[in-house]
Design a protein around this ligand. Structure first.
Ligand code: FBP
Length: 545
């Protein structure tokens, strides 16, 4: 066995908490028939076997005796703290139904199902990963499961291994694919159930039924510790403006939560930039003004939090990306080499979009025009927005200086926090939440459900009061344009500008910009007073208040 740290050894002994209802046998209580959040007619036609199913809540009851069965699990997409606990919860849940049940992990994401790469998760293996961060027990990947050929290859191995149900742990795109797979296997009467689990540090897989995606809590606490440390340094040396880009491909939930925890001088919120139709110059002016205002008071230092997806929310750039996506989806574009693709793209852009394209620094323009992930998303984590913005702010301040305005000194440091937080050891919240999600998935399987996502609600209360159940994935769907075509997808939850977390931030930000009101959250604690160890995110607290 690999050598482990003293903390990891102690943490391995932690027994995650379960909702009371899951602590014994359960019955599934069914609610009313459901509708999708949008495009009801189209989604119903696309998912005739899995549309309209009721929301399920588990209550204490009698679990009928089941024959032994096997389950498969897949980790899909970006890492998020707590993934191993979803697996341990599922493992323990499946074994509690019958000790002869087996759990198989497909290796390196959905590709493992298609390529028949798998391993059995034994009790010894499982014990090495309890309460640890990372997805390394079986690895993750971004292969998109959407072709009939992939589904058919999948059923071959599922049958060979006697797998009755497959659990897919993923974000909005991966759970959309889970639903498509559930529908296909139901339509073909293959007898294999598919269950999803809400994962993503981005926090954008949430809705009325899902309070939060797992990993958001730990990732935000990890970034907030780092931001707090930077703020102490910043307030000690008083000579730098720190530009800190934070992960979160589209939504700004991570940036907002870190702002609520750390009280930086500035935090940009992409959704607000879009709503106010701000240009890149407007964003730069907003930051430069705060820098100049602080300089007036002799404070030539500060912190700026930047959500990584911001570039896509600037309306002119958003329009450009939408056209780039359509152009890149054409067969002609796909057959070209990278440099030819840029010329092709430029030749097909409208005049307005071409002007925006040409106004961007070459590296940013290339990034927007070329690399997409397998789901067709721009890879915003590769765009150095923190440097782009600080360079533009410096230029704006120089211009104001020439016009006679006092702007002080502007020294900068740049940071990007993303990968630092995705594999952190799960906080108590994520450890318990994830274990419960996995355990709960075993109960959805035992109750014969397919096309459902495992959900745990009421999580601002003590774990015993958490509510366990399932939500039909079709309920969260609408049609959106992807890779040039309208596709059924789970609707992404962006920051709501009339929601409590943003409203609280908006009420405080002017004060935080001017004064130095930093908060230093410190590292995640696993043992100690409950108010230190067991707090949920500020976002969730404000949303549930
Ligand atoms: P998921 O949506 O798959 O959970 O991933 C989210 C994320 O961590 C984003 O925050 C980030 O933009 C992206 O993954 C980075 O992807 P990669 O790991 O492929 O570099």
């Amino acid at each position: 066995m690999a050598e482990i740290s003293a903390l990891q050894a102690a943490r391995a002994q932690y027994q995650p908490k379960l909702p009371k209802a899951l602590q014994g046998p359960v019955v599934a209580v069914e609610g009313k028939a459901t509708e999708s959040v949008g495009n009801q007619k189209e989604i119903k036609e696309l998912f005739p076997n899995t549309y309209g199913m009721p929301v399920i809540t588990f209550e204490a009851g009698n679990q009928p005796k089941l024959e032994p069965f096997n389950v498969g699990i897949i980790l899909s997409g970006g890492q998020a703290p707590g993934g191993h606990n979803v697996i341990s919860g599922l493992f323990d849940g499946v074994k509690s139904l019958n000790p002869n049940n087996k759990l198989y992990g497909f290796i390196l994401g959905p590709g493992g199902l298609v390529d028949h790469k798998y391993m059995e998760i034994t009790p010894e293996l499982m014990d090495q990963y309890r309460n640890t961060g990372g997805f390394d027990i079986i690895g993750s990947g971004r292969t998109k499961l959407e072709e009939v050929d992939q589904f058919e290859k999948g059923i071959q191995i599922l049958r060979e291994l006697g797998i009755k149900a497959l659990v897919i742990i993923g974000g909005d795109d991966s759970n959309t694919n889970a639903c498509v797979l559930a529908e296909y296997y139901a339509a073909k009467k293959y007898g294999v159930q598919v269950i999803g689990c809400p994962k993503t540090i981005d926090g954008d897989l949430k809705n009325e039924q899902i309070e939060t995606s797992f990993g958001f809590d730990t990732a935000c606490k990890t970034y907030s510790e780092l931001i707090g440390n930077i703020q102490r340094d910043c307030n000690s040396a008083r000579k730098y403006w720190h530009f800190i880009k934070l992960m979160g491909r589209s939504a700004s939930h991570i940036a907002l939560e870190c702002a609520l925890q750390c009280q930086p001088n500035i935090c940009l919120i992409s959704e607000e930039v879009e709503a106010k139709a701000m240009s890149l110059d407007d964003v730069v002016t907003y930051i430069a003004k705060a820098v100049a205002d602080r300089a007036e008071e002799g404070n030539n230092f500060g912190t700026v939090l930047i959500p990584e997806g911001i570039i896509e929310f600037i309306p002119a750039i958003k329009k450009l990306i939408a056209q780039l996506n359509d152009i890149l989806a054409t067969p002609e574009a796909q057959n070209l080499g990278r440099s030819e693709q840029i010329d092709f793209v430029k030749a097909h852009l409208t005049k307005d979009n071409l002007a925006v394209f040409n106004s961007l620094p070459t590296s940013v323009a290339r990034q927007l025009a070329l690399d997409r992930d397998p789901h067709g998303n721009v890879q915003v984590s590769l765009i150095e927005t923190e440097k782009l913005l600080s360079t533009m702010v410096a230029a704006k301040l120089d211009q104001w200086k020439k016009e006679g305005k006092y702007v002080g000194k502007f020294g900068t440091q740049h940071h990007f926090f993303g990968y630092e937080g995705r594999c952190a050891a799960p906080s108590n919240y994520d450890a318990d939440y994830c274990y419960s999600l996995g355990y709960n998935a075993s109960r959805l399987i035992a109750n014969g459900k397919t096309g459902y996502m495992s959900v745990i609600k009421n999580t601002t209360k003590p774990a015993a009061e958490w509510i366990a159940g399932g939500v039909p994935i079709t309920m969260m769907m609408n049609l959106e344009k992807r890779n040039g075509k309208m596709k059924p997808v789970i609707r992404k939850a962006l920051v709501e500008l009339d929601g409590a977390p943003f409203k609280y931030f908006a009420s405080k930000r002017a004060e935080w910009a001017k004064q130095t009101a930093y908060v230093y959250p410190g590292p995640i604690q696993y043992w100690g007073p409950s108010e230190v160890c067991d707090q949920t995110t500020k976002t969730l607290q404000l949303e549930q208040a």
